[in-house]
Design a protein around this ligand. Structure first.
Ligand code: ADP
Ligand code: ZN
Length: 548
């Protein structure tokens, strides 16, 4: 008859208290540890800082079968992390070692000897190490209890961080005389990535555990912006309204970090830029300045924050949309590490997604040899960008969207503490206040965020585009149409005779954002199409001049 699995809870708790000094497990740590000890594979999806390492470090403390030492082998691509963790473990009294390209021959022999003696509980290696025949022979001669694969999404060949060496992990495991438990850890969690991890690491009926993504002290917000000037103005305005608070503005390019820092300084904000191309001395000066509160605001590329753990960052603004939710959440998540309230604002416009698409077309997957692989890589990247588009556009709680994206469970449909929830609540309040006064609710209820497009505006734009096409035989880009329909007298407009086409200046009071939103809808309604060079053209063939 099947035996009930032993309950490892009391032992695990004692071990946590003894080596780490914590009273209880977080999130799904205990569940993961229990699975591992019961010899079940695991796919754990947890954000950085949620406490992944404890999940494989505690099992390393369990006694070996029959007194024979068993090792936990940790595979990680991050060398700096490897060194940090080994130092920390040894300081806690859990003996650990690492082998990397810098490990000398004698040191190597000493480590192997210590592992044979059972004096080392965890060994950290990079995935490249598994391809060394000498290392494989050594692993075949000892008993490995658990293989912990950190950053496991690197095994997914169409993902952002694919590492070819990761594909060798499954074969390495099959060469071992006894299959160890395999536990994969990642913060990346699209269902495609998960499937890829399970398949490529050949996990067996793994426990899938996603947890720890919620950051209750973070207020999430999103703002639609129209053009660079509006982005800059928003950032400046925000920084000025929060004097003395530490903030980070993440930017798409190095040039933008410099430009924005300049604009902030001109507006009297104590700001500096940071990006990877700066010399080391300057980087250190800026990082230290930020840590010591000598600098309030940093405009940075995503490189900033890796080595800087400043707990009291009160706000993060993303000047434009990152290429994936993983990237966005990592950047936004640098706010409020101290648990105090902090705000994360994402600025977005259609242009950001156009840029994503262009970048994906030009550069994603170019290193892959196989045509199909390249295609899959591009598709996966497009899917990541679309997930961000939904986050910007969808009528749903922002926190809930983030948690569901990562496979975590939101506590309720509405968190009450994000831009979407609070605006919706405010709109409902206005409605309930005005309802008693003659039902003028709809005109007073302004939902600021999602732009409501005036149908008349759409009709005017469609007519104007059709007239242009009929008269000139081709279309123009959206920027020109916006200016022309607003009645601009600039040479840009009059130079191509757009002021002489019927419909010119027919929307003098519409804002550029409104017109662009209307154009976007006309495109998705199928009324307009993009011609060559993204020129707007009518879809209606009657409007097209006959070719004779
Ligand atoms: P990850 O590997 O997921 O980035 P770590 O394992 O380094 O995260 O844990 C992040 C921090 O949280 C560390 O300082 C760790 O000691 C702490 N931590 C982990 N588990 C717990 C727990 N159960 N209770 C309190 N703190 C914890
Ligand atoms: Zn919400």
């Amino acid at each position: 008859s099947p035996q009930a699995a032993p309950d490892y809870t009391p032992w695990a708790l004692r071990t946590l208290q003894r080596f780490y000094g914590y009273d209880s497990f977080r999130g799904r740590q205990l569940e993961v540890i229990t699975a591992i000890l019961n010899r079940r594979d695991v796919l754990a999806v947890m954000p950085t800082g949620a406490g992944k390492s404890v999940c494989y470090q505690i099992p390393a403390c369990a006694a070996g079968k029959g007194g024979r030492p068993a090792l936990v082998l940790v595979i990680t691509p991050l060398r700096a992390l490897m060194h940090d963790q080994v130092n920390q473990l040894n300081a806690r009294g859990i003996p650990a070692a690492l082998i990397d390209s810098a490990t000398g021959r004698e040191e190597h022999i000493r480590i192997e000897q210590e592992i044979r003696n059972g004096a080392v509980r965890l060994l950290y290696v990079s995935p490249e190490r598994l391809t060394s025949p000498g290392f494989v022979r050594f692993c075949q001669s000892i008993r490995i209890r658990l293989i912990a694969v950190d950053e496991a999404h690197c095994v997914f060949q169409w993902g952002q961080d694919f590492r070819p060496d990761y594909l060798g992990i499954a074969d390495f495991i099959e060469q071992l005389p006894e299959r160890p438990v395999v536990a994969a850890f990642t913060a990346t969690a699209t269902s495609e990535t998960r499937t890829g991890i399970i398949r490529n690491l050949r996990l067996r009926d793994p426990l899938s555990a996603a947890a720890g993504f919620d950051r209750p002290n973070l207020f999430f917000d999103r703002r639609r912006v129209n053009g660079k000037t509006e982005r800059t103005e928003y950032v400046i305005d925000y920084a000025r309204r929060h004097p003395g608070e530490s903030g980070i503005v993440y930017c798409m390019s190095r040039d933008r970090t410099e430009e924005l820092a300049e604009a902030l300084k001109d507006a009297g904000v104590n700001a500096e830029y940071f990006h990877a191309r700066m010399d080391e001395a300057r980087k250190t000066r800026v990082q230290d300045g930020f840590l010591n509160d000598d600098i309030d605001v940093i405009t940075a590329t995503t490189a900033f924050g890796m080595g800087v753990d400043k707990p009291d960052v009160r706000w993060v603004i993303n000047d434009s949309v990152p290429s994936s939710m993983e990237e966005y959440y990592q950047e936004a998540g640098r706010a409020g590490r101290d648990g105090q309230p902090a705000t994360c604002t994402l600025l977005w416009s259609e242009f950001d997604f156009e840029l994503h698409r262009r970048r994906i077309k030009d550069s994603v997957g170019t290193a892959l040899a196989d045509e199909n692989d390249r295609k899959r890589a591009k598709e996966a990247a497009l899917a990541r960008s679309r997930a961000m588009e939904r986050y910007c556009d969808a009528s749903a709680c922002l926190r809930g969207q983030i948690l569901r994206y990562f496979g975590d469970r939101p506590e309720s449909a509405s968190c009450g503490a994000c831009g979407y929830c609070t605006r919706r609540q405010a709109a409902a309040d206005v409605r309930s206040r005005t309802d008693g006064h003659g039902g003028r609710a709809s005109s007073r209820t302004v939902v600021v965020e999602s732009m409501v497009v005036d149908p008349q505006l759409k009709t005017r734009i469609a007519a104007y585009v059709r007239n242009i096409y009929a008269e000139q035989g081709h279309g123009y880009g959206v920027a020109k149409i916006v200016n022309a329909i607003q009645g601009s007298r600039s040479l840009n407009v009059t130079g191509c005779g757009l002021d002489r086409v019927d419909g010119y200046g027919s929307a003098p009071h519409a804002t550029s954002a409104q017109i662009r939103a209307a154009v976007k809808q006309l495109l998705s309604d199928g009324v307009l199409v993009h011609g060559e060079h993204k020129a707007l053209e009518p879809v209606d063939p009657e409007a097209r001049p006959r070719t004779s």
